[in-house]
Design a protein around this ligand. Structure first.
Ligand code: HEM
Length: 407
């Protein structure tokens, strides 16, 4: 693990499993922490994982909420190679502008969704990639407005296929990844510089055209374009990556639990995010020596808040390891649920992400039955990287009469 379990850069492709690279280490960390948790530990020092694991829901909220300044104030999202994009007011403004842009797009383009679902490859689609690509297609104009240079559209698509999709790392050699990384960063860098030189007038009636405008507007004309590129990449990973993986988990759980297909789409999405939180590990640094859940920590420690374990804490959840969407019909233990973080740095895109997921799951369950099959016998567990992606599987969407869809 790195100190920040956020997104990798283009070409690093650390979101998938396999190999002895960072992804394998993430997979090891999940297995290790789960074994150490063993059904209920709260906060403990994990020498093999190299930090202090926080799985107790109250302690997790104290760290993430940071009400008493217990940790250095930061979230993963705005980290870049030289530090953190900021000031905080710019972070908040960028997050808000991004949310509003996506919100407007979802509202105006909702009618496109059924067609996108219809266009999933038939009779079988390959997941989780199908979910990432579907989200990419729906949010393409938000990521890059249609009049942006064509080569940049190609670059963004290539970043998704080479760095966002689970397992992308294994598909390319290290030199090829390095070369691609340089080219992709340089193309984004040039576009951001160009827009810094010719910014939209303040109060432009149409607002930002895409997320590049959002980060350029938030950083201003003097911000280092290299840092803005990284913030832009965070948005790319949050949209095509995180929403796509969350959709993949929902489809996988629906396919493996056909008896739950009639559940409310909102419950399915929440339960999928509970069992398999895409953002499964948050790194934080204690601001001072203190006691946390009975463990003495200092600023030299690395805290690892593990939402995956918080979400399965048996002291808070009944049947914690089971897919039970109906549990959301009643007031759930919010205290032990943080798929979008908690406190001041809670995900700025949570509402839009959930809305899109619910719409898509609604479309997938309303007139169809989902059945799934693993791609290989060993592809049962999650693909663990900075994000928790579903294993590879194929999905068949059938009409209620049981016939696979044909086109
Ligand atoms: C299923 C999809 C998503 C998941 C699971 C997710 C998860 C998270 C989590 C857990 C955090 C907190 C990180 C931390 O505290 O270290 C976060 C922060 C953030 N997310 Fe998301 N996210 C998703 C989609 C999005 C989207 C679509 C956007 C676009 C607006 C977005 C924008 C942000 C921003 C700007 C932050 C930083 C908030 C701050 O520090 O003020 N996210 N996200």
């Amino acid at each position: 693990m790195t100190s920040s379990p956020a997104r990798p850069g283009p070409g690093e492709g650390a979101r998938g499993s396999g190999g002895a690279g960072p992804a394998a280490r993430h997979g090891d960390a999940l297995a290790l922490l789960t074994a150490e948790f063993d059904g209920g530990r709260g906060v403990w020092r994990s020498a093999p994982a190299g930090g202090v694991c926080v799985a107790d829901p109250e302690a997790a909220r104290a760290v993430m909420g940071n009400r008493h300044g217990v940790v250095a104030d930061t979230s993963d999202f705005y980290h870049h190679r030289n530090g953190v994009f900021g000031p905080r007011s710019a972070q908040v403004a960028v997050g808000r502008a991004a949310r509003l842009l996506i919100q407007r797009h979802l509202r105006e383009r909702q009618a496109d969704l059924p067609r996108l679902v219809e266009e999933l490859p038939a009779p079988r689609s390959e997941w989780p990639d199908a979910g990432n690509l579907l989200v990419l297609r729906h949010l393409r104009d938000v990521l890059l407005h249609p009049d942006a240079p064509p080569h940049l559209h190609t670059t963004v698509e290539a970043i998704v296929s080479r760095a966002v999709l689970a397992g992308a790392r294994r598909r390319h050699s290290a030199p090829s990844r390095l070369l691609f990384r340089r080219r992709a960063l340089s193309a984004l860098h040039a576009e951001i510089r160009a827009r810094q030189r010719a910014p939209l007038p303040p109060g432009h009636p149409a607002g930002p055209r895409d997320l590049v405008d959002v980060v350029v507007g938030g950083g201003g004309p003097t911000a280092d374009p290299r840092e803005l590129v990284e913030v832009y990449l965070s948005f790319l990973f949050a949209t095509a990556g995180s929403i796509g993986f969350a959709l993949g988990w929902s489809v996988l759980l629906l396919g493996t639990h056909p008896e739950r297909a009639a559940a409310e789409p909102a419950w399915i999405v929440r339960e999928a995010l509970r069992l398999w939180p895409v953002a499964w590990l948050f790194a934080r640094t204690p601001s001072r020596a203190q006691e946390l859940g009975g463990v003495r920590v200092t600023p030299r420690d690395r805290l690892m808040v593990c939402s995956y374990l918080v979400h399965r804490h048996p002291g808070y959840w009944e049947r914690p390891d089971e897919f039970v969407p109906e549990r959301w019909a009643e007031a759930p233990p919010d205290a032990a649920y943080l798929p979008f973080g908690h406190g001041a740095h809670t995900c700025a895109g949570a509402t839009v992400a959930v809305r899109l997921l619910e719409d898509l799951v609604g479309l997938l369950t309303r007139d169809r039955r989902v059945s799934v099959a693993p791609v290989t016998a060993d592809s049962a567990g999650p693909q663990v990287g900075p994000a928790l992606a579903p294993p590879r599987f194929t999905a068949t969407l059938s009409r209620p009469d049981g016939c696979p869809e044909r086109r």
